[in-house]
Design a binder for this molecule. Structure first.
Ligand code: DP6
Length: 373
């Protein structure tokens, strides 16, 4: 990868984990600015992560064939290709994103040039883990690092680039990516205007370590992307009801988090996820992300919980694969119980994590993490 024309300051590696929304970002007040219709709150994960290398492409700067802007965001990939993890084939979206990011960064740029990006996920795509969240978060940190010539988070802080600011930039790529910049439990506040929205850490990961068991029921790519889902949501008669209750639900969740009340948190996240999916099923173009197997699994889980056998609560993003939130000391047993009942499912075991890192780390291999394949 690295050729003789580049030097150490030309390359950085950043990582960012995915996050699971406990209260979902669903519906945008402004689609260009990724301004959410409601506040959301997520738990940052640890093992499900994207690692991204950004390198100034010196050859492209001097090339007569590629203008600076044209080759900006030129993407090369290994492992899970970047177009898979961002679900774009033609690279237009990440390329435009890099151009917008570079414009925002103007006052800080020390090391300019078109970028070459290589990226890898520690998890398979289309598995119920938000790859756009970790993908755009890692891409943002890597690009900011290489263009500013600051190769650590601490270095970025010293030049006035805080995690909050990086989160605001990552949001331009994919809304949920802003929450992956911070660790622990993260609150994305919509604010009164798009410019006033904020993404901030509520509690770091030591506040309340929780496990997230991601149950892989169906590995197919979803038919309706999140971006499209956000737009469809407003056609549902339930959307106004959802938005009217969002503040109360957030208050209750904040309280459950502060008091580390898992049962209360569990009841809130299940109602929240089911509401989001009900909105989608009642949209003008009805959209069902659950499969029959998802429904069977969720009914079984609730039945097991009602008899005191499985102390875990679900949430489901825009796909068929549930995330089960439970205490870390229960996760292994719960995983075995699921496998005994549904041997065809695989499970990824994750937990609360500490957010984007610069310098980054190489992801653990997928095989280590997926139980059941
Ligand atoms: C269901 O962040 O993927 O995961 O901003 O259009 O890229 P874009 O959408 P995206 O939406 C995430 C939706 C969700 C809920 C959540 O993570 O809050």
């Amino acid at each position: 990868m690295v050729d003789s024309m580049s030097n150490d300051t030309d390359t950085v590696i950043a990582s960012a984990p995915s996050n699971i929304a406990l209260i979902k970002y669903w519906g945008k007040s402004d689609a260009t600015l990724n301004w959410p219709a409601n506040d959301s709150l997520s738990m940052t994960l640890s093992r499900a992560a994207t690692t991204t290398m950004a390198r100034i492409n010196r050859a492209a700067i001097n090339s007569t064939e590629h203008s600076h802007d044209l080759s900006l965001g030129h993407l090369l990939a290994f492992g899970d290709s970047f177009d898979n993890c961002l679900r774009v084939r033609d690279m237009t979206k990440p390329r435009l994103f890099l151009e917008r990011l570079r414009a925002e960064l103007k006052p800080w740029i020390k090391n300019d040039g078109p970028l070459e990006i290589v990226t890898k996920n520690s998890f398979p795509s289309a598995c119920g883990i938000a790859s756009s969240a970790s993908g755009y978060a890692a891409l943002t940190v890597a690009a900011v690092g290489v263009w500013t010539g600051q190769h650590t988070m601490a270095g970025l802080e010293t030049v006035g680039i805080s995690r909050d600011l990086i989160a605001a930039w990552a949001r331009m790529g994919s809304g949920s990516a802003c929450r992956s910049i911070h660790g622990g439990f993260v609150h994305w506040l919509r604010g009164e205007t798009a410019a006033n929205q904020k993404c901030r850490q509520l509690f770091d990961c030591s506040h309340w370590p929780l496990a997230d068991l991601i149950v892989l029921i169906d590995g197919k790519h979803k038919q309706v992307s999140s971006t499209e889902g956000h737009a469809r949501a407003f056609s549902s008669p339930l959307m106004n009801v959802r938005l009217a209750g969002a503040g109360e639900r957030m208050k209750s969740l904040l309280n459950a988090l502060e008091n580390k009340d898992l049962e209360k948190l569990g009841d809130i996240i299940e109602a929240e996820a089911l509401e989001m999916h009900a909105v989608m099923m009642t949209a003008t173009q009805p959209t069902r992300y659950f499969t029959d197997k998802t429904v069977e699994f969720l009914c079984w889980l609730r039945q097991q919980r009602s008899i005191g056998s499985i102390p875990a609560w679900f949430t489901v993003d825009a796909g068929p694969n549930p995330h089960l939130i439970c205490l870390p000391e229960h996760s292994q047993k719960i995983s075995s119980q699921i496998k005994a009942q549904f041997p065809e499912f695989s499970i990824i075991s994750d937990c609360t994590g500490s957010g984007a890192a610069l310098p980054g780390f190489m992801p653990e291999s997928r095989e280590d993490q997926i139980d059941g394949h």
